[in-house]
Design a protein around this ligand. Structure first.
Ligand SMILES: *Cc1c(COP(=O)(O)O)cnc(C)c1O
Length: 459
């Protein structure tokens, strides 16, 4: 009890305690994530296959399943100091409100203008593009957090930034679009008439409000058709999980300082980058047999890649221009319903997390939208932070676990990732507050349409 009193509301690391290397959890996996395949040959992709699309150094990171640590270049470490270390917060007020014996901590990544953890990888990807002497990068964005983060990183480094923004967000979230333009990015609503694949999708699905999968196809095509450009992606890829390991490394260093060890680690999962990054160092310990933890991935019931998807080779985009990855997927033809947690509306999942989930190293669950916003609202009222809808999936699971501890009397330590803030999601909060929010759960028939789009790959 005395000992516990000493734990502050917020644990901040000193700047000189911040990680100087990224940790690659693949190095400690005995069974590695399945290799990405070249769709033309169905053979594992090579560096030569990927370098026309991605930056060279990032391709090396993508294909490296063995090197445990990668140095974080000094310039990136310096950029991180603009908004890191991020605080590890002890949720004393939430514990009090829930009357739980559980100890709840969250790692808060919303303290930067992009409003999410995505800046951690945006700066790294932009840095390597710059180092390669490129003129600029292309990308997609769903809700806008990734596009905003990349715009910030590109502005800092003087790179051109072209963002294909899912049309529904482009129309519903004009403020994020303006933030991106303020940082100098060109923003195009997707699907658009600026690419061949965009034209094709528009012809097949007139009136479509777009999806991340469509926007990826357009951004890849745009990168391939212009000299001096490469495509960058804000989630799913193994390199992104690698960059996001700073979240977990900082969280673990802060906890170690106070002798705290989490029993349960929770994160929301869209493409899996924040969760993968948060759990990486802890999962490394579990994989090496040093320690045990429970890991929980939380996804929306409207886009349930892990809980209802298939573990299969699939394309990362709707236009089928990307390499195929083996992952838990709803099929690249799955077009999710407009769920407000835009950052979680992706048909697939990080191949690293997919493999760990398949091995039984991690659990997954899904929640419906309304119960997630209820948790968000409860959290905001006691902890003060207005959470992003995506992050609120993790809040909901943390609250449920803490309430379970209340029933059993267990004093579990829970750590969850609070990935961002929800200031640009107030339309969704408005619907929740008005009681007009709908829960949408796809039927098995709905999901079958997506599964029917899976390529048949015998491996
Ligand atoms: C993008 C985003 C997510 C989901 O992406 P992951 O790659 O699964 O981490 C979660 N929360 C916020 C705030 C986001 O912007």
């Amino acid at each position: 009890m005395n000992n516990e009193k000493k734990i502050p509301y917020k644990i901040y690391l000193e700047e000189n305690e911040m990680p100087t290397q990224y940790y690659n959890v693949r190095a400690d996996m005995k069974k590695k994530p399945a290799p990405m395949l070249n769709p033309a040959t169905l053979q594992p992709v090579t560096e030569a296959d990927l370098t026309p699309v991605f930056c060279e150094e990032l391709v090396k990171q993508e294909l490296d399943n063995d090197t445990p640590y990668f140095d974080i270049p000094q310039e990136i470490q310096d950029f991180y100091k603009m908004y890191r270390p991020s605080p590890l917060v002890r949720a004393y007020c939430l514990e009090e409100k829930l009357q739980t014996p559980a100890k709840i901590y969250y790692k808060f990544e919303g303290n930067n203008t992009s409003g999410s953890h995505k800046l951690n990888s945006a700066i790294t990807q932009a840095y390597y593009a710059k180092k390669q002497g490129l003129k600029g990068v292309t990308t997609e964005t769903g809700a806008g957090q990734w596009g905003t983060a990349l715009s910030m990183a590109c502005a800092y480094l003087g790179l051109d930034c072209n963002v294909y923004m899912v049309k529904v967000s482009y129309e519903q979230k004009p403020f994020r679009r303006e933030v991106m333009r303020t940082y100098g990015a060109n923003v195009t609503a997707s699907p658009s008439n600026t690419t061949e694949i965009g034209k094709k999708i528009l012809a097949e699905h007139p009136g479509t409000t777009g999806s991340l999968g469509c926007a990826i196809s357009e951004a890849v095509e745009a990168a391939l058709s212009k000299d001096g450009y490469r495509y960058v992606l804000g989630s799913v890829l193994s390199q992104v999980v690698l960059h996001q390991s700073v979240i977990g490394l900082e969280a673990k260093a802060a906890m170690d300082k106070y002798g705290i060890s989490p029993d349960i680690i929770i994160g929301c999962a869209g493409g899996g980058s924040n969760l993968g990054g948060l759990i990486s160092p802890f999962m490394g310990e579990k994989l090496r047999g040093e320690k045990d933890y429970r890991f929980i991935a939380v996804e929306p019931a409207s886009c349930p890649s892990l809980t209802r998807g298939k573990y299969a080779y699939d394309f990362c985009d709707t236009g089928k221009v990307t390499p195929m990855a083996k992952m838990y997927t709803l099929g690249s033809g799955f077009i999710p319903s407009p769920n407000h947690a835009g950052g979680l509306r992706y048909h697939g999942m990080s191949p690293i997390l997919s493999e760990l989930y398949d091995q039984g190293m991690m659990e997954a669950r899904s929640y419906e939208q309304t119960e997630v916003f209820k948790a968000a609202s409860d959290f905001a009222r006691v902890e003060g932070i207005l959470p992003a809808p995506e992050s609120s999936h993790a809040i909901k699971a943390a609250i449920d676990e803490a309430l379970h501890c209340k029933e059993t009397g267990e004093e579990k330590t829970i750590l969850f990732g609070l990935t961002g803030t929800g200031y640009f999601d107030l339309k969704a909060y408005e619907q929740f507050n008005d009681g007009t929010m709908n829960d949408y759960v796809p039927t098995d028939e709905d999901l079958q349409i997506g599964f029917d789009s899976l390529p048949s790959v015998e491996r």
